[in-house]
Design a protein around this ligand. Structure first.
Ligand code: DQA
Length: 164
């Protein structure tokens, strides 16, 4: 995990990526995904980020290629990515490979707990390139992800100081 920014005065920048069908949050299966819209979920992340002095960008697409392009663009401009790729989490080796080329912190996020749902949701092809995963907390997961990034960055700083 490389969390070093080029300019030490620059605020930590986090990209939240939302994949397939997440634009329908609030209308789609509210018993599973809750009543909050995607914008409201992102707002939860933004408030936590504001508290911690981070900046948040958000991008949603239903297209795998657009998500991959966004991951490429985050290289060198963002310190962390939070990704809820929707069903692409279970299938997209191309997103896996793009995330593997990103040097910062990667958090996989799900509103529901896919492990407790249908078998096809039990495998995440993204999990292996994530530093951490958050699932089952609904909208709160977005704020938890930002908190998690802060904790992971503190851990990295501590181990770097330890190394002298
Ligand atoms: C999801 C879980 C996926 O299995 C599903 O395909 C989604 C949403 C979640 O946030 O719980 O689209 O990623």
């Amino acid at each position: 995990m490389n969390t070093e920014g080029g300019d030490s005065n620059r605020r930590v920048r986090i990209l939240i990526l939302s994949g397939a069908n997440l634009d329908l949050l609030g209308e789609r299966d509210p018993k599973i995904y809750g009543n909050a819209s995607l914008e409201e979920c992102i707002e939860s992340a933004r408030s936590e980020a504001y508290r911690l002095g981070f900046e948040v960008d958000h991008f949603q697409s239903n297209s795998e290629g657009d998500l991959i392009d966004a991951i490429h663009k985050a290289r060198g401009s963002c310190e962390a990515i939070v990704i809820n790729a929707g069903a692409l989490s279970h299938t997209s080796w191309a997103i896996h490979d793009a995330l593997a080329c990103f040097d910062g912190v990667v958090i996989e996020l799900h509103l529901s707990n896919p492990a407790a749902r249908e078998p096809f949701r039990h495998t995440s092809v993204i999990a292996g390139v994530a530093d951490g995963s958050i699932a089952g907390f609904g909208r709160s997961g977005y704020a938890i992800a930002i908190l998690g990034i802060n904790e992971l960055m503190k851990e990295t700083e501590r181990s770097e100081v330890g190394r002298g």
